[in-house]
Write a protein that binds this ligand. Structure first.
Ligand SMILES: Cc1cc2nc3c(=O)[nH]c(=O)nc-3n(C[C@H](O)[C@H](O)[C@H](O)COP(=O)(O)OP(=O)(O)OC[C@H]3O[C@@H](n4cnc5c(N)ncnc54)[C@H](O)[C@@H]3O)c2cc1C
Length: 423
């Protein structure tokens, strides 16, 4: 068995809090180490977002592989993992999607205990509004599919929606609420804490998390990777996992192959904090908006992607206006709120809106990307499946359908309806 997730950082517990309170909090250890890179690792993972860190964690936990470096060009969790609106659900349409997202949700349900780190998982319920007849048909179909998949979801009436969420206007003139797809187990978690919890557990197992270290080149020989070139020098590896979201195609190009993804900015914003008024998560895909209320009281609001490919990790005024304007018919109270902050992240979109967990044309390089606008919810399941792929060199049942070959074979896993704005 690998070392316990907390062996080198001290176990977090009520006793630890009491002990530290007695000695004025002078004894807390750093949650993770910041080592200089070694010359060589068994596995190098590029990208210390949630998916990269979870992959490292399950490599250690499930396969005993701890000679691992996770290399990050910025700070860990500073990519999309720390920029998303934290919606978690598993109500997808296709069987392979439901399997991996529900695995993730089940792992999320015990992740705080597993990592000994409070990720603030909040299964407050997730409601996807149907505001056109097309959506009614699409979501009812998803409810039936979920029943067959063993994923508990239900179709709810407009009246029940109004009871659940008094702030909603179900009688909008353009887009009245016709019903909704509800998943009681859905909800949110603290995004940074997910990255921090995995990072702490990886560090406790002796893995190296190397921040501020950009991978600038990938060396291959005879169809195999031998090393990566980084801002901190050349690092050799037996296996390489590229888990870099919107920058995956940039890294693939360094290794000499192409990925079928497009990179786009996805933006979000938060309002000033207000009293509790919204205790579920709502997605309104027809008007491209979704919202939840944070523990601080801010309304957390997300919209659609930019209409053109780009790598700009920032928000823009027109998006704030478009998103809020679209939501106001259904949530009139938003018109009175001041918006506090906005930001953006670079998401990696595939044509079928499903992820890629795959071997690649380079024998010992593996890729995990394509989570697009909805990969936060998948982090534990993706890490679990990716660790198996990297450890065994071939996908297990969770990843098997998500290989790159599906694009050549035309075997798409179409999630464009069940994942309208895809969260
Ligand atoms: C505004 C917004 C809202 C979202 N809302 C939701 C939501 O509500 N629910 C949901 O499920 N998902 C949501 N998502 C999507 C979700 O955030 C992502 O799918 C997920 O976080 C991807 O995680 P990751 O680990 O693959 O990528 P990231 O967290 O982006 O990590 C990749 C890392 O790779 C690093 N990297 C890139 N290139 C290099 C290099 N050359 N060398 C070293 N490091 C490199 C980056 O710096 C980055 O830290 C949202 C995304 C955004 C932007």
């Amino acid at each position: 068995m690998p070392a316990s997730a907390s062996s080198s950082t001290g176990r977090y517990s009520v006793f630890a809090i009491a002990r530290e309170a007695m000695r004025l909090h002078t004894g807390w250890k750093r949650a993770w180490a910041s080592p200089e890179p070694k010359k060589k690792y068994q596995v190098v993972i590029v990208g210390a977002g949630g998916h990269g860190l979870a992959t490292a964690y399950y490599l250690g936990r499930n396969f005993g592989i701890t000679d691992v470096a996770v290399i990050e060009k910025g700070w860990l969790g500073g990519g999309n993992t720390g920029r998303n609106t934290t919606i978690i659900r598993s109500n997808y349409l296709q069987d392979p999607s439901a399997a991996i997202y529900d695995k993730a949700l089940k792992l999320y349900e015990n992740l705080s205990q597993d990592l000994n780190y409070n990720i603030m998982f909040s299964p407050r319920g997730l409601l996807m509004l149907a505001q056109t007849e097309h959506e009614v048909r699409g979501y009812k179909r998803t409810v039936y599919a979920n029943q067959l998949q063993g994923v508990a979801t239900e179709w709810v009436s407009p009246k029940r929606i109004k009871d659940m969420l008094p702030i909603i206007n179900i009688e909008g003139p353009r887009y009245p609420v016709l019903g909704g797809l509800y998943q009681e187990r859905g909800g949110t978690a603290r995004h940074d804490a997910v990255a921090w919890g995995y990072a702490r557990a990886c560090s406790a197992m002796g893995m190296h998390i190397i921040q501020n270290c950009e991978v600038t080149g990938i060396e291959t020989q005879g169809g195999q990777v031998v090393a990566v070139n980084t801002g901190k020098g050349r690092i050799e590896c037996d296996k390489l996992a590229l888990i870099a979201a919107g920058h995956s195609s940039v890294l693939a190009e360094m290794a000499g192959f192409r990925l079928p993804i497009e990179s786009l900015a996805l933006q979000a914003l938060v309002s000033e904090p207000i009293k509790p008024c919204c205790d579920i998560v709502i997605m309104a895909n027809t008007v491209h908006g979704y919202l939840s209320q944070s523990d601080k009281g801010e309304m957390v609001i997300g919209g659609g992607t930019d209409g053109f490919n780009n790598y700009t990790q920032r928000g823009s005024w027109h998006h704030v206006e478009e998103t809020v304007r679209a939501l106001i018919e259904t949530f009139p109270m938003l018109s009175r709120l001041k918006m506090l902050r906005q930001w953006g992240g670079i998401v990696d979109m595939t044509g079928d809106r499903s992820p890629i967990l795959s071997t690649t044309p380079v024998g010992n390089i593996f890729v995990n990307c394509g989570w697009g606008t909805g990969g936060f919810k998948a982090i534990p399941g993706s890490g679990w499946a990716m660790a198996e792929l990297v450890a065994k060199g071939q996908p297990g049942p969770l990843a098997a359908d998500f290989g790159l070959s599906r694009f050549a074979e035309g075997r798409f896993i179409d999630e464009s309806v069940a994942a309208g704005v895809a969260h």
